[in-house]
Each structure stands twice: as C-alpha cells, then as structure tokens.
Design a protein around this ligand. Structure first.
Ligand code: SF4
Ligand SMILES: [Zn+2]
Ligand SMILES: [Zn+2]
Length: 299
C-alpha cells in the first residue's frame, strides 16, 4: 500500500478514512485530527493554562506530547493511587516522560489524602472503578481550580467515547448522556474539561506513540478485569470491521443531533448543585461522594 499523501510506502492503514500513511504523513494526519478537534469544539486557545490528566498510558502521554508540540501551555497531573502491583511503575513512567519532554508535572498521592485505592476497595461495597473514577475526577478538578488552570484535558479517545455512549444509550441514562461529549464547559465549581483525542481511535494513538518512541506504561491495573467497557469495545470493533467509519459517524451524529435534547432533559430534571458541607466541592447532596468515602474509611 502506498501513502495517500506522498505515495511512498505506507506503514499504517486506516480503512475508516480509506487511507494509508508513511510515518511522517501519519504524524501529520494525527496532528491535524487533534487540531480539528480543538477548533471544531472550541476547546482552548494558546492563552489557556492547560492541565493534562496523565495516567501513564499511551493516550495521556500522546496527548501531552502533541499539545506541547503544537505550542500550547501544558502541565501534567498524575494521581498515584497506591496500588502495589502497578502504581510505582506507572508513576516512574510518567515522571521519566515529563523530565524527557521538559513538561511540568505535579503528582498527587492518594495515600496522603487518606484514599489509598486498595484500602477503598476493601471497605466499599460498590465496584472499585466507580469510586476510583470519582476520586480521580474530584482531585483533577480541585487541583485545576486551586492552581488556576483554565482547562483540564484528558486522553479519552474515540473508542472510549463510543463505548461510553453505547453503554449510556443501552440504559437511556439521561444524566450521563447529557454529560457526554468532548467538551464540558466550566460551571458550578467545575473547571472546563476537554478530550482533544476524541476523533482518534486507540489504534491510532498507539501508532502515534510508537512512531514518536513514547515509552508508555503497559502495566494494567489489577482491578480492571471484567470492566463492561472492554466488552462493549469488542462489540463495537466488530461493527467497525464490517462498516469502516461507523464509530466516528455514530459519535459525531450524537454530538450534532443527540446531545442537545439530553442536556435540556437533564436541566429540567435536576436542581442546581450545592457546595459540600465538608470540603466545598459541588454536589447534589449535603456531603460529596469523596467525603462520604473518607467518612466510611474513618469508621
Ligand atoms: S481500573 Fe484501576 S485505575 Fe482504573 S478506575 Fe478501576 S481501580 Fe481505578
Ligand atoms: Zn507519506
Ligand atoms: Zn466533600
């Protein structure tokens, strides 16, 4: 196969775009997809102070590097979950990457916050991933607000977004569907959140990471087994195999036609948020979810 742009030998085939690319044209393609996402969704400008949530996986590292190379003002925040089987190795990967790329990095240790994830797992009856996600979102938001960042960027890719949309649609979950999208604007104590990789698949970010020589963490979280998104991703991959381009089309059509009605329905249904009586974080109840977890751990 020949490169669609320069006619040299292609190394990456992208059936969904009916294209193939040589290494340098692939990197150009990747960069343009990120630029297109930022512009189409009005994500941020060169004046913004951007905090990237860096987990240490290929997506968050690829995003950080691409934004830096585009000239944006980026810093990283890594959350050390204190999981013995993975956290130390993942943290080292993130620290090495940021040192190599001269990107300012902050690290928050959940053990110091009294929220060591294995401890939370032991004490909580609900699935650990939902609590862990809640704890991470809380700290990313709080940290961004406290340090004066104007935007929080995450490395969610098209596969993540489509699997989530699919799961939310199966349940017709108005609240989650109203919150789904590559941009969540700043409101009620929440910093603006963006997902500049939403047009790119997991395969595409893995290719970018490989071609850029990014050393990312392969260490899986020991608690990740059996996550329902993994199953949905497999289903969606078979659909994409049969109908190349279906994933992006499904997601973009939702953004054009589905997002607004769900936002409207959720705003009619839900009352405005209050400040948590313990920590001030926006919440629908009196005490926020993270303070409730802390309370449980203190018993
Ligand atoms: S897989 Fe591990 S790191 Fe990811 S949300 Fe679940 S517990 Fe947290
Ligand atoms: Zn080329
Ligand atoms: Zn609270």
């Amino acid at each position: 196969m020949k490169c669609t742009r320069c006619k040299q030998k292609a190394v990456v085939a992208l059936p969904s775009h009916n294209a193939g690319f040589c290494p340098s044209c692939y990197l150009e393609y990747f960069k343009r997809q990120v630029e297109k996402a930022i512009k189409a969704q009005n994500m941020f400008s060169f004046e913004d102070k951007i905090l990237v949530a860096i987990s240490g996986g290929k997506d968050s590292l690829a995003l950080t590097l691409q934004l830096k190379e585009l000239g944006y003002n980026v810093s990283g925040l890594h959350i050390d979950l204190n999981i013995p089987e993975s956290s130390a190795e993942v943290r080292k990967t993130v620290e090495d990457f940021c040192t190599l790329q001269s990107i300012p990095l902050y690290v928050l240790e959940m053990k110091k916050e009294g929220l060591s994830i294995p401890e939370v797992k032991k004490r909580l009856s609900r699935p650990i991933c939902s609590a862990c996600g809640q704890i991470k979102r809380y700290h990313f938001n709080l940290f961004a607000k406290e340090k004066g960042f104007t935007v929080l960027a995450t490395g969610h890719n098209l596969d993540d977004e489509v699997a989530r949309l699919f799961a939310n649609t199966l349940r017709w979950d108005i609240d989650y569907l109203s919150d789904q999208g590559p941009v969540l604007k700043e409101e009620q104590g929440f910093v603006k959140k963006v997902k500049p990789l939403y047009r790119l698949t997991e395969f595409e970010t893995a290719n970018y990471a490989f071609l850029k020589g990014i050393n990312y963490s392969y260490k899986p979280c020991p608690f990740s087994k059996g996550a329902s998104f993994t199953f949905y991703k497999k289903l969606i991959a078979s659909l994409e195999q049969e109908q190349p381009g279906r994933k992006l089309n499904f997601y973009e059509t939702f953004l054009k036609q589905g997002q607004k009605p769900f936002k409207l329905a959720a705003s009619r249904k839900n009352s405005p948020l209050n400040a948590c009586s313990r920590c001030g974080y926006p919440t629908s109840g009196e005490i926020c979810g993270v303070c409730r977890i802390k309370e449980l751990l203190a018993c």
